[in-house]
Design a protein around this ligand. Structure first.
Ligand SMILES: O=C(O)CCC(=O)C(=O)O
Length: 163
């Protein structure tokens, strides 16, 4: 992936699933969607029924050990529907997801979270985190490394791409 113009290996494994046409570009990488598998399609349908939101894509992250991680970012790429929920399902070992207010105004909108202390959520096996709009406009999140921790974790974020 590209960070400030330099190429780095992605510190986790990543897969992108979605309806045809739901391509996603972030960190300088372009992802064309893999077709839904039956279990993933089943999860998507359950979420749509329970939450009343319809998701057309899914980012699947695999953290092979505590060394795998995700840096600070917001899920605010132009192709993501900004007025749509993101549903994040955690499986495997517990890891801590951290939130902090966005450092600067985004698209002319000042961060409503400015001055708020950072937050930490311990996400355990089976936890479902819902990020409602406009979370991404005001907060960043990250999953830091936990070097002494072994064990794998999978995170599935169901999203809506504007097509
Ligand atoms: O693994 C997690 O819980 C966070 C994933 C994440 O930040 C993302 O997919 O944008």
């Amino acid at each position: 992936m590209r960070v400030y113009g330099r190429l780095h290996p992605v510190p986790r494994l990543v897969c992108w699933y979605g309806d045809p046409g739901c391509s996603y570009r972030y960190s300088g990488l372009s992802h064309d969607p893999l077709p839904w598998t039956a279990p993933l399609e089943g999860l998507r349908e359950q979420l749509a029924q329970r939450l009343g939101w319809s998701f057309n894509s899914l980012l699947l992250n695999r953290y092979r050990s505590g060394a795998d991680r995700m840096g600070w970012h917001a899920d605010d790429e132009p192709e993501l529907a900004a007025d749509h929920q993101i549903a994040s399902l955690s499986l495997g070992v517990m890891r801590t997801l951290r939130f902090r207010p966005r450092p600067a105004a985004v698209r002319g909108v000042p961060s409503l979270a400015s001055g708020h202390p950072p937050l930490a959520l311990d996400l355990a096996d089976g936890d479902l985190l819902l990020m409602e709009p406009p979370t991404q406009a005001h907060w960043q999140h990250a999953l830091p490394a936990r070097l002494r921790q072994g064990g794998e974790r999978f995170n599935l974020t169901f999203r809506r791409i504007e097509t």
